[in-house]
Design a protein around this ligand. Structure first.
Ligand SMILES: *Cc1c(COP(=O)(O)O)cnc(C)c1O
Length: 357
């Protein structure tokens, strides 16, 4: 039986993406070869690749003047590629959690870093609001959704300097005004596909600001833009799954519909914990993530947390254990999880509370 999968990443994929990929692994469109066996330069895969890029541009409404890349190395590789390519004078960063901290650490290897705001004082359980981005920064780096602590920046901000966003865990969950960003990137494994491929949406103009001379070929954005992600062998199978996921998103009604569903699912779960005597959310209302919903048990019930995880598992809800740095629970409600699955979890919370309070 299919479980209710609340894993934070890699995470749930749509049924159509899984089923179509399973078929293509055995035989791609009846050509007698697996998707894993075809040449990345052959006509079958080139068509798949181009369709994936076009679908991504269409679904996310990416304007002219941007390139879409599919690379290896994870979002974590971007943490070093960004400063390697773009940090000439200084990089501005907003520190909103574990991933932002890692991005900052890498940037410091390349030059001056200005951390304009941080919520480290409260274990990153809120998003800093009053900060100033220096006008002489090469770029401003933000993490729009903080997968581990469960906070999110839902609005596309205006920024005087090029804005670069790690959208690993909220891409395709809402419409994005891409024109406000110089670059958007992320690992695919949270809303776009499986682990093994990284998406980069980059404004071509950004290449003009690259002045460092000794960047290794594989770490240069120019290489991948000029070779359309085919400088080396791209992650063929993960890209296929991304295409299937994009087709699914489009068929469901696109990012507007994903946005509506994300709100509906998040409201259901947050309302349940706000009404509860036993469970309590860890993030203030205005900063709550719709993708990674973090909560704990109130002090007097704390010792029952492990028991609730087993209870939820008995209802086929998996992946709700919180990250070790927060404790408690994290229900990740990415695009592919249904409202029905969230209802099952909410019912489990209510039943457990009735039994134990
Ligand atoms: C998961 C995650 C990452 C790390 O992605 P990798 O592909 O594993 O390198 C970075 N940033 C955010 C916001 C994430 O959720």
């Amino acid at each position: 039986m299919r479980k209710h999968i609340f894993n934070a990443g890699p995470c749930i994929l749509s049924d159509s993406a899984r089923e179509n990929t399973a078929k293509a692994i055995l035989d791609l469109d009846g050509i007698g070869q697996s998707i894993m066996e075809v040449s990345h330069r052959g006509k079958e895969f080139v068509a798949i690749f181009n369709e994936t890029v076009e679908l991504f541009k269409e679904v996310l409404n990416i304007p002219e003047g941007y390139s879409v890349l599919f690379l290896g190395g994870g979002a974590s590789m971007q943490f070093c590629m960004i400063p390697y390519n773009f940090l000439n004078n200084k990089g501005a960063y907003l520190n909103t959690g574990t991933w932002a901290t890692k991005a900052i650490k890498e940037a410091k290897l390349f030059g001056e870093v200005d951390v304009v705001g941080t919520s480290e004082d409260d274990n990153f359980l809120y998003v800093p609001k009053d900060y100033v981005v220096p006008a002489d920064a090469d770029y401003f780096h933000i993490t729009t959704n903080n997968t581990i602590k469960g906070t999110e920046i839902l609005k596309d901000m205006d920024c005087e300097v090029p804005l670069i966003a790690d959208m690993s865990s909220d891409i395709l969950s809402r419409p994005v005004d891409v024109a406000k960003y110089a670059m958007i990137y992320g690992g695919a494994q949270k809303n776009l596909g499986p682990a093994g491929v990284t998406f980069v949406i980059i404004k071509d103009e950004m290449l003009e600001s690259v002045t460092r001379g000794n960047i290794p070929t594989m770490l240069k954005y120019r290489t991948h833009i000029e070779k359309e992600s085919m400088f080396n062998t791209p992650p063929v199978l993960p890209i296929f799954v991304v295409r299937e996921t994009l087709k699914w998103v489009k068929a469901q009604g696109g990012v507007d519909e994903m946005n509506r569903r994300a709100q509906e699912k998040a409201d259901l779960l947050y309302n349940a914990m706000d009404d509860s005597k036993m469970f309590v959310g860890t993030v203030p209302v205005e900063d709550r993530s719709r993708m990674n919903i973090c909560f704990v048990m109130k002090e007097e019930y704390k010792e029952m947390e492990a028991e609730f995880i087993s209870f939820a598992a008995s209802k086929d809800c998996v992946g709700i254990k919180g990250h070790r740095s927060v404790g408690g629970f994290r229900a990740s409600c990415y695009n592919a999880i249904s409202l029905e699955s969230v209802q099952v979890l909410v019912e489990a919370m209510k039943e457990f509370e009735q039994k134990n309070v």
